[in-house]
Design a protein around this ligand. Structure first.
Ligand SMILES: [Zn+2]
Ligand SMILES: [Zn+2]
Length: 291
Protein backbone atom coordinates (compact mmCIF):
# COMPACT_ATOMS: atom_id res chain seq x y z
CA UNK A 1 0.00 0.00 0.00
CA UNK A 2 1.33 3.40 -0.99
CA UNK A 3 1.88 5.74 1.91
CA UNK A 4 2.07 9.51 2.23
CA UNK A 5 0.07 12.47 1.08
CA UNK A 6 -0.52 11.32 -2.46
CA UNK A 7 -2.52 8.29 -1.44
CA UNK A 8 -4.54 7.40 -4.49
CA UNK A 9 -7.40 4.99 -4.02
CA UNK A 10 -9.57 3.57 -6.75
CA UNK A 11 -12.96 3.57 -5.06
CA UNK A 12 -15.09 2.57 -8.04
CA UNK A 13 -14.10 -1.14 -8.17
CA UNK A 14 -14.36 -1.43 -4.37
CA UNK A 15 -17.82 0.13 -4.37
CA UNK A 16 -18.90 -2.18 -7.21
CA UNK A 17 -17.56 -5.29 -5.45
CA UNK A 18 -19.28 -4.28 -2.20
CA UNK A 19 -22.51 -3.68 -4.08
CA UNK A 20 -22.33 -7.17 -5.58
CA UNK A 21 -22.26 -8.69 -2.09
CA UNK A 22 -24.69 -6.65 -0.02
CA UNK A 23 -23.92 -6.64 3.71
CA UNK A 24 -20.39 -8.07 3.35
CA UNK A 25 -17.55 -5.90 4.66
CA UNK A 26 -14.66 -5.16 2.29
CA UNK A 27 -11.32 -3.52 2.90
CA UNK A 28 -11.41 -0.28 0.89
CA UNK A 29 -8.04 1.25 1.74
CA UNK A 30 -5.37 1.73 4.38
CA UNK A 31 -4.65 5.32 5.39
CA UNK A 32 -1.44 6.55 7.00
CA UNK A 33 -3.14 8.22 9.98
CA UNK A 34 -6.22 7.56 12.14
CA UNK A 35 -7.52 11.03 11.24
CA UNK A 36 -7.41 10.46 7.50
CA UNK A 37 -8.97 7.00 7.89
CA UNK A 38 -11.79 8.24 10.10
CA UNK A 39 -12.49 11.15 7.80
CA UNK A 40 -12.63 8.81 4.78
CA UNK A 41 -15.00 6.45 6.65
CA UNK A 42 -17.32 9.36 7.42
CA UNK A 43 -17.29 10.55 3.81
CA UNK A 44 -18.15 7.10 2.42
CA UNK A 45 -21.43 7.01 4.37
CA UNK A 46 -22.35 10.48 3.10
CA UNK A 47 -20.94 9.88 -0.39
CA UNK A 48 -19.10 13.15 0.12
CA UNK A 49 -16.30 13.69 -2.44
CA UNK A 50 -16.43 9.93 -3.17
CA UNK A 51 -19.11 9.64 -5.89
CA UNK A 52 -18.54 5.88 -6.19
CA UNK A 53 -20.54 5.46 -2.99
CA UNK A 54 -23.61 7.41 -4.11
CA UNK A 55 -26.35 7.84 -3.11
CA UNK A 56 -25.63 8.94 0.48
CA UNK A 57 -26.59 6.21 2.92
CA UNK A 58 -26.19 3.37 0.42
CA UNK A 59 -22.87 2.32 1.97
CA UNK A 60 -21.63 2.07 5.52
CA UNK A 61 -17.98 2.39 6.57
CA UNK A 62 -15.78 2.24 9.64
CA UNK A 63 -12.12 2.89 10.37
CA UNK A 64 -10.01 0.46 12.41
CA UNK A 65 -6.39 -0.26 13.23
CA UNK A 66 -4.38 -2.09 10.60
CA UNK A 67 -0.77 -3.31 10.66
CA UNK A 68 0.10 -0.59 8.11
CA UNK A 69 -2.05 2.27 9.42
CA UNK A 70 -5.79 2.81 9.62
CA UNK A 71 -8.03 0.61 7.49
CA UNK A 72 -11.37 1.69 6.10
CA UNK A 73 -13.89 -1.13 5.68
CA UNK A 74 -17.07 -0.62 3.65
CA UNK A 75 -20.25 -2.52 2.93
CA UNK A 76 -23.30 -1.93 0.81
CA UNK A 77 -26.49 -1.66 2.89
CA UNK A 78 -29.16 -0.14 0.62
CA UNK A 79 -32.40 -2.07 0.23
CA UNK A 80 -34.42 -4.42 2.42
CA UNK A 81 -34.29 -6.29 4.72
CA UNK A 82 -32.04 -4.19 6.95
CA UNK A 83 -28.55 -5.65 7.38
CA UNK A 84 -27.42 -6.84 10.82
CA UNK A 85 -25.80 -3.97 12.70
CA UNK A 86 -22.06 -4.21 13.28
CA UNK A 87 -21.44 -5.69 16.75
CA UNK A 88 -19.74 -3.39 19.28
CA UNK A 89 -17.71 -6.31 20.69
CA UNK A 90 -17.33 -10.08 20.49
CA UNK A 91 -17.60 -12.57 23.32
CA UNK A 92 -15.64 -15.83 23.12
CA UNK A 93 -14.83 -18.69 25.47
CA UNK A 94 -11.10 -19.30 25.25
CA UNK A 95 -8.49 -21.65 26.75
CA UNK A 96 -6.23 -20.19 29.39
CA UNK A 97 -3.16 -22.40 29.86
CA UNK A 98 -1.30 -20.00 32.12
CA UNK A 99 2.02 -18.35 31.40
CA UNK A 100 4.65 -20.82 32.59
CA UNK A 101 6.30 -23.25 30.16
CA UNK A 102 5.18 -26.41 31.97
CA UNK A 103 1.72 -27.97 31.75
CA UNK A 104 -0.65 -26.17 34.13
CA UNK A 105 -3.92 -27.64 32.95
CA UNK A 106 -6.58 -25.63 31.18
CA UNK A 107 -9.12 -23.09 32.32
CA UNK A 108 -11.98 -21.75 30.18
CA UNK A 109 -12.28 -17.96 30.30
CA UNK A 110 -15.07 -15.91 28.72
CA UNK A 111 -13.64 -12.76 27.18
CA UNK A 112 -15.23 -9.71 25.59
CA UNK A 113 -12.94 -8.19 22.98
CA UNK A 114 -13.08 -5.78 20.04
CA UNK A 115 -15.32 -6.78 17.12
CA UNK A 116 -12.39 -6.31 14.69
CA UNK A 117 -9.32 -8.33 13.80
CA UNK A 118 -6.32 -6.61 15.42
CA UNK A 119 -4.16 -7.15 12.33
CA UNK A 120 -6.35 -5.62 9.61
CA UNK A 121 -9.53 -4.24 11.25
CA UNK A 122 -11.80 -6.71 9.43
CA UNK A 123 -14.80 -8.15 11.30
CA UNK A 124 -14.01 -10.99 13.69
CA UNK A 125 -15.79 -14.29 13.05
CA UNK A 126 -18.82 -15.70 14.86
CA UNK A 127 -18.13 -17.96 17.84
CA UNK A 128 -18.59 -21.67 17.13
CA UNK A 129 -18.59 -23.98 20.15
CA UNK A 130 -15.84 -26.58 20.24
CA UNK A 131 -15.94 -29.43 22.77
CA UNK A 132 -12.75 -31.20 23.73
CA UNK A 133 -11.45 -33.72 26.22
CA UNK A 134 -8.31 -33.15 28.23
CA UNK A 135 -6.83 -34.64 31.36
CA UNK A 136 -10.04 -36.50 32.23
CA UNK A 137 -12.45 -33.56 31.75
CA UNK A 138 -14.63 -32.18 29.01
CA UNK A 139 -14.43 -28.51 28.10
CA UNK A 140 -16.30 -26.22 25.71
CA UNK A 141 -14.53 -23.26 24.17
CA UNK A 142 -15.21 -21.19 21.04
CA UNK A 143 -13.48 -21.21 17.72
CA UNK A 144 -13.94 -18.59 15.05
CA UNK A 145 -12.52 -17.87 11.67
CA UNK A 146 -12.09 -14.30 10.48
CA UNK A 147 -13.17 -13.58 6.92
CA UNK A 148 -9.88 -11.66 6.44
CA UNK A 149 -7.95 -14.91 6.92
CA UNK A 150 -5.95 -13.83 9.97
CA UNK A 151 -5.76 -16.68 12.46
CA UNK A 152 -5.88 -15.72 16.13
CA UNK A 153 -4.24 -17.42 19.09
CA UNK A 154 -6.07 -17.75 22.41
CA UNK A 155 -3.05 -16.24 24.18
CA UNK A 156 -3.29 -13.05 22.08
CA UNK A 157 -7.05 -12.73 22.62
CA UNK A 158 -6.56 -13.26 26.36
CA UNK A 159 -3.89 -10.54 26.40
CA UNK A 160 -6.20 -8.13 24.52
CA UNK A 161 -9.00 -8.83 27.01
CA UNK A 162 -6.75 -8.45 30.08
CA UNK A 163 -5.48 -5.11 28.79
CA UNK A 164 -9.06 -3.87 28.24
CA UNK A 165 -10.08 -5.09 31.72
CA UNK A 166 -7.13 -3.30 33.30
CA UNK A 167 -8.13 -0.08 31.54
CA UNK A 168 -11.74 -0.55 32.61
CA UNK A 169 -10.67 -1.12 36.21
CA UNK A 170 -8.79 2.15 36.28
CA UNK A 171 -11.87 3.97 34.98
CA UNK A 172 -14.00 1.93 37.36
CA UNK A 173 -11.99 2.92 40.41
CA UNK A 174 -12.35 6.55 39.40
CA UNK A 175 -16.09 6.08 39.05
CA UNK A 176 -16.34 4.15 42.33
CA UNK A 177 -14.80 7.10 44.14
CA UNK A 178 -17.30 9.39 42.45
CA UNK A 179 -20.17 7.07 43.47
CA UNK A 180 -18.98 7.04 47.08
CA UNK A 181 -18.92 10.82 47.15
CA UNK A 182 -22.45 10.90 45.76
CA UNK A 183 -23.65 9.14 48.89
CA UNK A 184 -26.26 6.39 49.26
CA UNK A 185 -27.78 5.14 46.07
CA UNK A 186 -30.74 7.20 45.02
CA UNK A 187 -31.21 6.67 41.34
CA UNK A 188 -34.84 7.70 41.07
CA UNK A 189 -36.78 5.25 38.93
CA UNK A 190 -33.61 3.17 38.43
CA UNK A 191 -32.79 2.78 42.14
CA UNK A 192 -33.61 -0.92 42.20
CA UNK A 193 -31.72 -1.62 38.96
CA UNK A 194 -28.68 0.30 40.25
CA UNK A 195 -28.69 -1.59 43.56
CA UNK A 196 -28.89 -4.90 41.68
CA UNK A 197 -25.97 -3.95 39.45
CA UNK A 198 -23.78 -2.76 42.30
CA UNK A 199 -24.47 -5.97 44.22
CA UNK A 200 -23.62 -8.07 41.15
CA UNK A 201 -20.45 -6.05 40.47
CA UNK A 202 -19.34 -6.59 44.07
CA UNK A 203 -19.77 -10.36 43.62
CA UNK A 204 -18.22 -10.78 40.19
CA UNK A 205 -14.93 -9.07 39.46
CA UNK A 206 -14.75 -7.30 36.09
CA UNK A 207 -18.45 -7.72 35.35
CA UNK A 208 -19.07 -6.22 31.92
CA UNK A 209 -21.99 -3.95 31.08
CA UNK A 210 -23.13 -6.46 28.44
CA UNK A 211 -23.66 -9.08 31.14
CA UNK A 212 -25.16 -6.36 33.33
CA UNK A 213 -27.78 -5.61 30.67
CA UNK A 214 -28.67 -9.31 30.34
CA UNK A 215 -28.94 -9.57 34.11
CA UNK A 216 -31.23 -6.51 34.35
CA UNK A 217 -33.43 -7.86 31.57
CA UNK A 218 -33.69 -11.21 33.37
CA UNK A 219 -34.74 -9.46 36.57
CA UNK A 220 -37.52 -7.57 34.82
CA UNK A 221 -35.75 -4.23 34.32
CA UNK A 222 -35.99 -4.37 30.56
CA UNK A 223 -36.12 -0.62 29.95
CA UNK A 224 -32.99 -0.06 32.06
CA UNK A 225 -31.35 -2.97 30.19
CA UNK A 226 -32.10 -1.31 26.84
CA UNK A 227 -30.68 2.03 28.00
CA UNK A 228 -27.48 0.25 29.14
CA UNK A 229 -27.16 -1.55 25.78
CA UNK A 230 -27.69 1.74 23.94
CA UNK A 231 -24.97 3.43 26.03
CA UNK A 232 -22.64 0.43 25.67
CA UNK A 233 -22.89 0.80 21.92
CA UNK A 234 -22.19 4.54 22.13
CA UNK A 235 -19.07 3.74 24.17
CA UNK A 236 -17.86 1.14 21.64
CA UNK A 237 -18.42 -1.75 24.02
CA UNK A 238 -16.20 -0.36 26.75
CA UNK A 239 -18.30 -0.18 29.91
CA UNK A 240 -18.29 -2.13 33.14
CA UNK A 241 -21.33 -3.07 35.22
CA UNK A 242 -20.37 -0.40 37.76
CA UNK A 243 -20.21 2.21 35.04
CA UNK A 244 -23.60 1.01 33.80
CA UNK A 245 -25.00 1.58 37.30
CA UNK A 246 -23.56 5.10 37.35
CA UNK A 247 -24.90 5.78 33.89
CA UNK A 248 -28.43 4.78 35.00
CA UNK A 249 -28.16 6.97 38.10
CA UNK A 250 -27.04 9.90 35.93
CA UNK A 251 -29.85 9.27 33.45
CA UNK A 252 -32.44 9.23 36.25
CA UNK A 253 -31.07 12.53 37.57
CA UNK A 254 -31.11 14.05 34.06
CA UNK A 255 -34.71 12.94 33.63
CA UNK A 256 -35.77 14.41 36.95
CA UNK A 257 -34.13 17.75 36.10
CA UNK A 258 -35.20 17.93 32.45
CA UNK A 259 -37.20 21.05 31.64
CA UNK A 260 -37.17 20.61 27.87
CA UNK A 261 -39.88 18.01 27.65
CA UNK A 262 -43.23 16.80 28.90
CA UNK A 263 -42.67 13.38 30.47
CA UNK A 264 -40.07 12.37 27.89
CA UNK A 265 -41.69 13.97 24.85
CA UNK A 266 -41.24 17.35 23.22
CA UNK A 267 -44.58 18.41 21.77
CA UNK A 268 -45.10 21.43 19.60
CA UNK A 269 -47.26 22.79 16.84
CA UNK A 270 -45.75 23.61 13.49
CA UNK A 271 -46.57 26.73 11.54
CA UNK A 272 -48.78 24.68 9.24
CA UNK A 273 -50.82 23.64 12.28
CA UNK A 274 -49.55 20.08 12.51
CA UNK A 275 -48.75 18.73 15.99
CA UNK A 276 -45.31 17.19 16.35
CA UNK A 277 -44.16 14.95 19.17
CA UNK A 278 -40.48 14.02 19.47
CA UNK A 279 -38.72 11.77 21.93
CA UNK A 280 -36.59 13.81 24.35
CA UNK A 281 -32.94 12.90 23.79
CA UNK A 282 -31.96 13.94 27.32
CA UNK A 283 -34.58 11.71 28.99
CA UNK A 284 -34.42 8.80 26.54
CA UNK A 285 -37.81 7.64 27.79
CA UNK A 286 -39.78 5.09 25.84
CA UNK A 287 -43.13 6.79 25.39
CA UNK A 288 -45.84 6.72 22.78
CA UNK A 289 -46.89 10.02 21.24
CA UNK A 290 -50.28 11.34 22.31
CA UNK A 291 -52.90 10.34 19.76
ZN1 LIG B 1 -7.49 -9.63 9.76
ZN1 LIG C 1 -36.56 15.42 28.71
Amino acid sequence: MKRGHNLYIKHAPIAAAARAERGVWRLAAVYPSPQSGQSAARRVGRAERVPSYEPAGAYEAYAAMHDDGTAVWVRYIAGAPAVEPRPSSMTYRVCDRGTSSGYQGVRVVTVTVAAECPRCGGPRGEAKPHRFHEDGDWYVVDRWSNACGHVEQYTDVLAEWRKAVAELEIADRRDAIRAMRAGPADAGEYTEAVLLLNAAAAQIKSLHARQAALFLDMRGHSEAARRVQEELKARDGRMSARQAALFLADLAATRAACTRCDNGRINYQCRDGEFISLRCKACRKETVPNA
